[in-house]
Write a protein that binds this ligand. Structure first.
Ligand SMILES: Cc1cc2nc3c(=O)[nH]c(=O)nc-3n(C[C@H](O)[C@H](O)[C@H](O)COP(=O)(O)OP(=O)(O)OC[C@H]3O[C@@H](n4cnc5c(N)ncnc54)[C@H](O)[C@@H]3O)c2cc1C
Ligand SMILES: NC(=O)c1ccc[n+]([C@@H]2O[C@H](COP(=O)([O-])OP(=O)(O)OC[C@H]3O[C@@H](n4cnc5c(N)ncnc54)[C@H](O)[C@@H]3O)[C@@H](O)[C@H]2O)c1
Length: 450
């Protein structure tokens, strides 16, 4: 029997970064994968979504100049876009398998199950190992309601060869709002049933309101405070009904009501490792109650956001521990959150809603960016930025509404994380005229001097 130093169950971002670090440091490593190599982000999540979003971003930008100087009749052909997506991402699985094995990692295909603290079984074959890392991720939390068989999850939507003419989104969270932005840009009929009083509950209220109004102007209908109770088939359509009796019909129903951990059938109960739909319980070293078994990424029960960069961070942290490079508890740096709607909404650090509720602790500087910087802003007049400073003048948070939010958020994350002062920024030279230069100028007067 091959004896491994570390077996990862999963091959997504919660596993592969740390796994490669370990293999390159001379450890004998294997990834056990029952689906596509690379996991959700690579095959059915971030990468698929951002590839499809590409032309929509440009179309949204071009539309801003309509009536000003652009006569636009640009249309996106979803079917051809999807075929481009399938061609591009379809080759990732074999490429990654080769890449990993070239780096010294064995890829074992099949469902992994922990037999005892030092044995992983894959479809009946046992593999011995010193350490185990569980990185089995999450799946759609499909509502258990009558007619659930008529609903689809995010992976199905990201593989649709034809965009349906009408769609009901159950939930107005991150996945629904991102997907609906594309459907609306194609002129499709979109409705939402959302249990909460508003969309994107974790994001700044005023920005979500702006986004919802934009989507409504494109024809979207939002039913807030409506929990879905059933889905029925009516001819070629589907009827969605809420607990209050509000109903609507559409060609397609997407259930995006959150995600649950893949913790079942891993042999955890026999080992006394605690887990629930929220995830596997770990200590501040990412260890389960069995000290040589770690959990990483989306499958962990944690309060920090379940994202690709946080999964990557944890996998590197676990690898460093196994290598004996560090022994301190895990400490997360500031984590940016970005919704890829049209336009984006992003925030990092202290949230805008919290900062506004605590004026004694924070100074909020609003910049009506789109109005002030229209000349450098690609005519995106409704862009808005809020910068949040603590009483010493350090930047501690930021919230952004605009198509460039991602780039700016990463830049501001650096300023927050490194506790940069005005003197630090003045010691740097930025390119000009760029939006990041304007952000740099906007920060200077409010930041701690030195
Ligand atoms: C539609 C969508 C869009 C997203 N967009 C973004 C985004 O824009 N930005 C962002 O940061 N995050 C995004 N995410 C979240 C991101 O995809 C996850 O945070 C990330 O993939 C987590 O990585 P992971 O390795 O923990 O889990 P996963 O990537 O889910 O990997 C888990 C792997 O384990 C395998 N597995 C499970 N059980 C077993 C078993 N018993 N044996 C063997 N293999 C097993 C699965 O097949 C899977 O490949 C998105 C998610 C979705 C669904
Ligand atoms: N840009 C990104 O970072 C990104 C993008 C996509 C996905 N993700 C990942 O996926 C997760 C988001 O997944 P999601 O959008 O499914 O979850 P979510 O938690 O963002 O949204 C789910 C929504 O469904 C609503 N809901 C729950 N039960 C309902 C019911 N019975 N009827 C009507 N509404 C109901 C909730 O109130 C909530 O607003 C993120 O936490 C992240 O892990 C991240």
């Amino acid at each position: 029997m091959t004896k491994y130093d570390v077996i990862f169950i999963g091959s997504g971002h919660s596993c592969n970064h740390g796994g490669i670090m370990l293999a390159m440091s001379g450890k004998k490593v294997a990834f056990v994968e029952m689906g596509k190599i690379g996991g959700t982000c690579t095959n059915y999540g971030c990468d698929a979504k951002i590839l499809l979003d590409g032309p929509f971003e440009y179309l949204d930008g071009l539309k801003r100049y309509e009536g000003l100087c652009v006569e636009s009749d640009v249309k996106i052909d979803w079917t051809r876009l999807m075929s481009y997506k399938k061609q591009t991402l379809g080759v990732f699985d074999p490429i990654l398998e080769k890449l990993f094995s070239d780096m010294g990692v064995d890829v074992i295909r099949g469902r992994g199950r922990i037999k005892d603290a030092h044995t992983v079984e894959v479809d009946g074959t046992a593999y011995e190992t010193e350490y185990i890392v569980i990185g089995t991720g999450q799946r759609n939390a499909q509502l258990q309601i009558p007619g659930k068989e008529f609903t689809h999850g995010s992976s199905h939507f990201l593989d649709l060869d034809e965009m349906p003419d009408s769609i009901i989104f159950i939930g107005a969270g991150i996945i629904s709002m991102e997907f609906a932005s594309m459907a609306l840009a194609l002129g499709k009929k979109v409705q939402f049933f959302e249990f909460a009083p508003r969309a994107l509950m974790a994001y700044p209220q005023e920005y979500v309101k702006k986004l919802v109004e934009k989507m409504e102007s494109q024809g979207a209908v939002f039913h807030f405070n409506e929990a879905v109770a059933s889905v029925e088939k009516e001819g070629s359509q589907y009827k969605v009904t809420s607990q209050n009796g509000v109903f609507a019909t559409a060609d397609y129903v997407l259930d995006a009501t959150g995600r649950v951990a893949n913790f079942e059938d891993l042999g955890l109960e026999e080992l006394g490792i605690k887990a629930s739909r929220k995830g596997i319980e770990v200590d501040d070293h990412m260890r389960t109650s069995v000290s040589n078994i770690f959990a990483s990424g989306d499958v962990v029960d944690k309060t920090i956001p379940k994202l690709t960069p946080t999964a990557e961070y944890e996998s590197n942290y676990i690898a460093a521990q196994i290598l004996g490079i560090l022994d301190a508890p895990i400490v997360y740096p500031v984590i940016p959150n970005l919704v890829f709607t049209l336009p984006r909404i992003g925030q990092v650090g202290v949230s805008l809603d919290d900062a506004k509720a605590s004026p004694d602790a924070y100074k909020v500087v609003n910049i009506p960016w789109g109005v002030q910087n229209d000349w450098v802003n690609n005519h995106e007049t409704d862009t808005d930025v809020n910068l949040i400073f603590d009483k010493k003048g350090y930047l501690v948070g930021a919230a952004i509404y605009g198509s460039e939010a991602g780039t700016w958020l990463d830049y501001l994350t650096l300023v927050i994380d490194k506790k940069m002062t005005a003197a630090d920024l003045r010691g740097m030279i930025m390119s000009f005229p760029t939006q990041t230069y304007m952000l740099w100028s906007a920060l200077l007067p409010h930041l701690k001097m030195m």
